[in-house]
Design a protein around this ligand. Structure first.
Ligand code: SAM
Length: 198
């Protein structure tokens, strides 16, 4: 995403509180799992999830922003929009992405979710230009876009696509989706379905 001066000074990555959407679905992440926070910025989710015992991997191109995160996370400084996907074949118990979109990465993001893992993604959607930044359609999700990216591969647990008034007025789309374990060969009619508490 090309730097957006307005977003850089007043955008959500300057807010320290973790997103309620992200925190809502933390109970679906397996305890102690490796968790990727892509385009993590100052690391509000890295900090919140490291404090809950997850093994964090933080990625951003802003070396200065991620430096303090080295105390609690593996850190990769990389430009996600240039060159190859920097995480290779790594798979994570959860992938968290907030307030960042570079649509060619969507297949990589979905693929990075391990079996039993969770994708938690929340970012701005088309229409946001009417209330603030970002306003460039390249950085705004199209209707249903997160759903379409996730659904062929993951089970969608929750999805929203609409307008929020706080912490600042914004058009957002957000999803929580899981890569289910394949059913055990012996699983019969009496087997227990996975429970995804909402
Ligand atoms: C709006 S901030 C969101 C930060 C964090 N996810 C949050 O919600 O608090 C967007 C982040 O994306 C990062 N970013 C933008 N373009 C990038 C790129 N090409 N490669 C890696 N990171 C990038 C920025 O450095 C910034 O930290």
């Amino acid at each position: 995403m090309t730097p957006d001066p307005a977003a850089a000074t007043s955008g959500p990555h300057t807010l320290l509180a973790p997103s309620p959407w992200v925190m809502r679905f933390v109970p679906l992440i397996e305890p102690g799992a490796r968790v990727l926070d892509l385009a993590c910025g100052g690391g509000r989710h890295v900090r919140a999830l490291a404090a809950r015992g997850f093994a964090m991997h933080a990625v951003d191109r802003d070396a200065q922003a991620v430096e303090p995160l080295r105390a609690m996370a593996q850190v990769t400084v990389a430009d996600l929009e240039a060159g190859a996907w920097p995480l290779g074949e790594n798979r994570f118990g959860a992938v968290v992405v907030t307030n960042y979109l570079w649509r060619p990465l969507l297949p990589h993001i979905v693929q990075a979710v391990a079996e039993g893992g969770v994708l938690i993604y929340e970012t701005f959607a088309l229409g946001n230009g009417s209330v603030g930044k970002p306003s460039n359609p390249d950085f705004l999700l199209r209707p249903g876009e997160l759903l379409d990216a996730a659904r062929p591969h993951l089970r969608v647990v929750a999805y929203e696509d609409g307008f929020v008034a706080a912490p600042k007025p914004a058009f957002v789309q957000r999803i929580c989706a899981v890569r289910e374990h394949p059913p055990a060969p012996a699983a019969g009619a009496g087997s227990h379905p996975a429970k995804y508490n909402l």
